[in-house]
Design a protein around this ligand. Structure first.
Ligand SMILES: C[S@@+](CC[C@H](N)C(=O)[O-])C[C@H]1O[C@@H](n2cnc3c(N)ncnc32)[C@H](O)[C@@H]1O
Length: 294
């Protein structure tokens, strides 16, 4: 059976391909052969639920109306996430990155720490960052820790802003974390206001270069895997420019930038790799070494 026969009546191979191109063009998300089935199943579901007779009707609506486009996009996002998804990343953040930033920025005024969770989904990642900062003794009251949490999906952001988590999603948290940072809410556990105030959620498409100011650390985990190589490179370069010298980039475990031409220092700690932007002095030193002048 060929793929077209597997599709719903009303959705042709050509229309599916147009939908794929529309999403890729606007968000950078690629549907390669390994995600072909996911794409067709979700588009078929969307056609059915929105009562579109044909793929062309859906395409026309999505091109014409932002509401229709976003509703289609929501259906095609993969938003799997969890609290402290990679424990070793948060351990490295707590034990290596925060103490280093603490020393580096101790004499700055105001004492501000800026972190970006890019592709934050339903909020578990930025709240895990906030818990780590809040539990680390060094960043006590006199520091102003700001976490910018962005995602292209509005539904996920709504969930994140509410900060209400149910069932299995909070199972991975310790009793101490739950007692310190959550309060019982309707049908689950809700992040306490003190932690919620540390995080600002904003809708942002990583395919458009929006200025976010300088960051001390960027978490962009399990997002680049959905992008083409070209978009990945552009985004990693943008992260490099956005980071303060001495700042850190955290990626998902299966995302490597070792072959990219950016000048991050890769630091291997247990089973995770951190990418550090060198300070101006370090960058100069390595340029001199490369030229054989040091
Ligand atoms: C698999 S989730 C990862 C969530 C979290 N970072 C983690 O590792 O647990 C990928 C997230 O990236 C978001 N995303 C995909 N393309 C995006 C884009 N162009 N701009 C912003 N967010 C995007 C999706 O909506 C989704 O919430």
């Amino acid at each position: 059976m060929n793929r077209t026969q597997g599709l719903l009546h009303g959705l042709s191979e050509h229309e599916l391909s147009e939908i794929r191109m529309l999403i890729e063009e606007r968000t950078g998300i690629c549907f390669d052969a390994s995600r072909e089935r996911f794409l067709s199943t979700r588009v078929e579901e969307h056609l059915r639920e929105k009562n579109f007779d044909r793929g062309t009707d859906l395409l026309r609506a999505a091109r014409k109306s932002n509401v229709e486009y976003e509703s289609l996009l929501e259906r095609l996002l993969t938003q799997e996430t969890s609290f402290f998804r990679y424990p070793s990343v948060y351990e490295a953040f707590e034990k290596r990155v925060l103490p280093e930033l603490h020393v580096k920025k101790f004499w700055t005024s105001p004492r501000t720490l800026r972190i970006w969770s890019a592709g934050c989904s339903t909020g578990e990642e930025p709240y895990s960052i906030a818990m780590t900062i809040s539990d680390s003794g060094s960043f006590a009251e006199s520091w102003n820790a700001e976490i910018l949490a962005t995602d292209v999906g509005r539904q996920a952001l709504k969930h994140a802003e509410r900060g209400l988590y149910t069932g299995r999603s909070v199972d991975t948290l310790s009793e101490k974390q739950l007692a310190t940072h959550f309060a019982p809410g309707p049908g689950g556990q809700q992040v306490k206001p003190r932690l919620r105030k540390m995080v600002t959620f904003t809708q942002m498409n990583l395919a458009s270069a929006v200025y976010v100011g300088r960051m001390d650390a960027i978490f962009c985990m399990n997002v680049l895997i959905y992008f083409s190589e070209e978009r990945r490179r552009a985004l990693v370069q943008r992260f490099y420019e956005t980071l303060e010298p001495g700042g850190y980039l955290f990626l998902g475990h299966s995302e490597s930038i070792s072959k990219m031409p950016v000048k991050f220092q890769a630091i291997v700690l247990n089973d995770c790799i951190l990418y550090r932007k060198p300070t101006a002095e370090e960058a100069l030193k390595s340029a001199l070494v490369a030229e054989g002048r040091a």
